[in-house]
Design a protein around this ligand. Structure first.
Ligand code: ADP
Ligand code: MG
Length: 225
């Protein structure tokens, strides 16, 4: 009975995801088709239409690239990596976006074990997703504190702390549902994909948030997995 329940749960998650994908991809396609029709009938400004069509295509690409992470678990390659190095590389990668948004990174890497068996690219994807969310939560800028702690030589905790808008309870309960977003240009996939990656690493994620104060994302990863 237990197995059966788990199976039907899995199916419903897959079904939910499939329905979401169909919906999310049909919308931009419908819009692209509409603009093609308009252009065929010779109406309006072509330049503007091309811009909108390009941004709709980019949206489909963004959704697909996030989904591909879920679809390719067989490519996971676990290696011993220094998490401080991974986080520093991610900060460098996002630095221009941070500066543009008046956001400052503060790295607090506590002494202790800093190496983990992990898939480097997937963990980077997780950090990028969460740091992007943190930047997007602070339209007027602010600080993002990035902490690494290692507990009892058993597990590592990585905390990403922002001073942003915070997450109200109704949004908090929907975090991780595919395509749930409060942003005009969001995909609502970042959190779900990140959670999946961390679970694949035998870890877990805790979210603490206070509206108008900020959000702390705490990622716990075991040293041996
Ligand atoms: P997206 O960023 O594309 O909207 P995510 O899955 O990354 O999708 O996040 C889902 C939603 O969770 C966001 O739309 C936002 O409302 C909320 N959220 C996530 N992280 C934060 C954060 N650090 N601060 C405030 N809200 C957040
Ligand atoms: Mg996001």
């Amino acid at each position: 009975a237990q197995d059966h329940l788990q199976n039907s749960e899995k199916l419903s998650v897959a079904g939910q995801l499939a329905a979401g994908i169909a919906h999310e991809i049909r919308n931009p396609i419908t819009s692209i088709k509409g603009f093609i029709h308009l252009m065929q009938s010779g109406f309006g400004e072509k330049k503007k239409y091309f811009d909108i069509m390009t941004s709709e295509i980019e949206r489909i690409e963004m959704i697909l690239s996030e989904l591909l992470i879920l679809a390719k678990p067989q490519l996971i390659k676990y290696e011993r990596k220094d998490i401080r190095v991974l986080l520093s590389q991610v900060m460098t990668l996002i630095d221009s976006q941070a500066i543009l948004n008046n956001v400052e990174f503060i790295a607090e890497f506590k002494p202790g074990v800093t190496h983990l068996y992990c898939d480097e690219n997937q963990l980077k994807q997780v950090f990028i997703n969460f740091i992007k969310n943190a930047i997007e939560s602070m339209p007027n800028g602010g600080k993002i504190t990035i902490e690494i702690h290692s507990d009892h030589d058993q597990e590592m905790k990585i905390r990403l702390i922002d001073q942003g808008c915070g997450i109200p309870n109704d949004v908090l309960s929907k975090l991780g549902q595919p395509f749930y977003t409060t942003k005009e240009k969001g995909t609502g996939l970042g959190f779900m994909v990140s959670k999946k990656i961390i679970e694949n690493h035998s870890g877990h994620i805790k979210v603490e948030s206070e509206v108008d104060k900020g959000t702390t994302i705490e990622i716990t990863l075991p040293f041996s997995n």
